[in-house]
Ligand binder design. Structure first.
Ligand code: ARG
Length: 463
């Protein structure tokens, strides 16, 4: 009997359309190395527990190793009529070692097998993504250091509000990505649990030792409930949620870079290696990488909503619906594998246009709050000071002037109790310098924030 003889339960072969529709090997092939890793551990456990003989175990191991070599050498073709990656491995195992191959599936179901494969796959992915985000953090911290002396208008409501260091702005993204890494590590702890041993749903009557298999595979824990083990996809949902949040952060950054590279802002220029032209308008240089950094968040968020929707109505335990986790998970992996390095490259190579930023700062009213604070210091209630400065801004704006161009007489009239020197002292540098709390934008505070973030990064990456 081969693995492919159809179960006599069925009187007919499957319809081709049905076979094509239900097959997952077109995408779950990625699990092949993990499927083999899981099967090797499962086989060792079966021998360890006396469920298979040593000779049977050795044969299975040798066959699985040969399949792995063929796969690595690009010499393994997968068959759609064999449905999924698990059946493909088993089918090839028959070809390698004959009928003993049929013993591999003892005390195991594809339901716990596929859950295990996904855990192993995502464990690798988690490590890789952690490295990718750490790399991006490193680039942002380098930028913060290089741009430490650049002051930009800080915004609320996209209206110039108060000046901040550009480094301080980059560090806000550092904070987001640090939280992303924390979330990743938190998820990795929950992922560190083997579902193998659950069988189809109820456990198995063989004297298996799920914790032995788990230990062989480097898991610290085993699922505590077999129904949960085969129907849980929280680990995949959490992966998608993690990526959706990271994607949302990168999308916000992408949007800033798109805005900042526009003629209207002009704060940055993208390196030619990270920009593209228009096929029609010869003058155009488009920030495509930043745009797609923003745009890719759509699919990241979409996959999260998609999988939640697939799972939300499923009674226990396994259903084929759960096979839908894979394309979402894999697409998100591919998206981030492409996005993280290109985002790092773009950020590393962009040019900050200091002169333009400086000119913009001189012409806005971002000293207004500090001017009101000076009036308060001179004894005026804050609300009145707020009102007076507002009135002054309206007048100056209408005349196309700034605080710097106030005459001594105007200072006297609009800002009672202040001297022209007080007003002149409200340079962007002074405003920034005055905000010295540890979370503030003063250069000393920002330098400390950079140092601490670097310490956290090297402590967490072991570098
Ligand atoms: N390809 C399936 C999946 O990805 C494997 C599990 C199939 N189990 C089953 N009872 N049909 O979910």
């Amino acid at each position: 009997m081969s693995s492919r003889a159809r179960n006599p339960r069925f009187a007919k072969q499957p319809a081709e359309a049905s076979q094509r529709f239900t097959a997952s090997v077109g995408f779950d092939w990625r699990l092949l190395p993990y499927d083999i890793e899981g099967s090797l551990a499962h086989t060792r456990m079966l021998v360890h527990q006396g469920i298979l003989t040593q000779a049977e175990g050795d044969l299975l191991q040798a066959g699985l190793e040969r399949i792995r070599e063929k796969w690595q050498g690009g010499n393994l073709t997968l068959r759609v009529d064999w449905e999924d990656v698990h059946m493909n491995v088993e089918g090839r195992l028959y070809e390698e070692i004959g009928p003993v191959a049929g013993k591999l599936h003892t005390a195991r179901s594809r339901n716990d097998q596929v859950a295990l494969d996904m855990h192993l796959y995502l464990r690798d992915v988690g490590h890789r993504m952690d490295g990718g985000v750490a790399q991006l953090l490193c680039v942002l911290l380098d930028r913060a250091e290089v741009d430490l002396d650049v002051i930009i208008p800080g915004y609320t409501h996209l209206q110039a509000a108060q000046p901040v260091l550009l480094a301080h702005h980059w560090l806000a993204y550092v904070a987001m990505l640090e939280r992303d890494r924390e979330r990743l590590h938190d998820w990795q702890r929950r992922l560190d649990r083997s579902p193998l041993g659950a069988g189809a749903l109820a456990g198995t009557p063989y004297p298996t030792d799920p914790s032995y298999t788990a230990q062989l595979l480097g898991f610290t824990d085993v699922y505590g409930n077999s129904l949960d083990a085969v129907s849980d996809r929280d680990f995949a949902v959490e992966w998608l949620a993690w990526a959706a949040i990271l994607g949302m952060h990168l999308s916000r950054l992408g949007e800033e870079l798109v805005l900042w590279s526009s003629q209207e802002f002009g704060y940055i220029r993208m390196d030619d290696a990270y920009a593209t032209g228009s096929s029609m308008m010869p003058q155009k240089k488009n920030p495509d990488v930043a745009e797609l950094m923003r745009g890719k968040s759509g699919r990241l968020i979409g996959h999260l909503v998609g999988l939640l929707t697939v799972i939300k109505g499923l009674p226990l335990a396994y259903h084929s619906d759960l096979q839908e986790d894979k394309e979402a998970v894999f697409d998100v992996v591919d998206t981030l594998d492409a996005l993280l390095p290109v985002a790092a490259g773009m950020l590393q190579t962009l040019t900050v246009r200091r002169e333009i930023i400086k000119a913009r700062l001189g012409s806005d009213f971002s000293a207004a709050t500090d001017l009101a604070d000076l009036l308060v210091k001179a004894g005026m209630p804050f609300r009145e000071a707020h009102h007076r400065v507002g009135q002054l801004v309206a007048k100056l704006e209408a005349e196309g002037r700034g605080f710097g161009q106030l005459s001594a007489q105007e200072v006297n009239e609009y800002l009672p109790g202040l001297e022209p020197a007080n007003v002149a002292g409200l340079s962007p540098e002074a405003l920034v310098e005055a905000r010295r709390q540890p979370l503030g934008t003063a250069p000393e505070a920002v330098r400390n924030q950079i140092r601490k973030a670097r310490e956290r990064l090297s402590a967490s990456t072991g570098e």
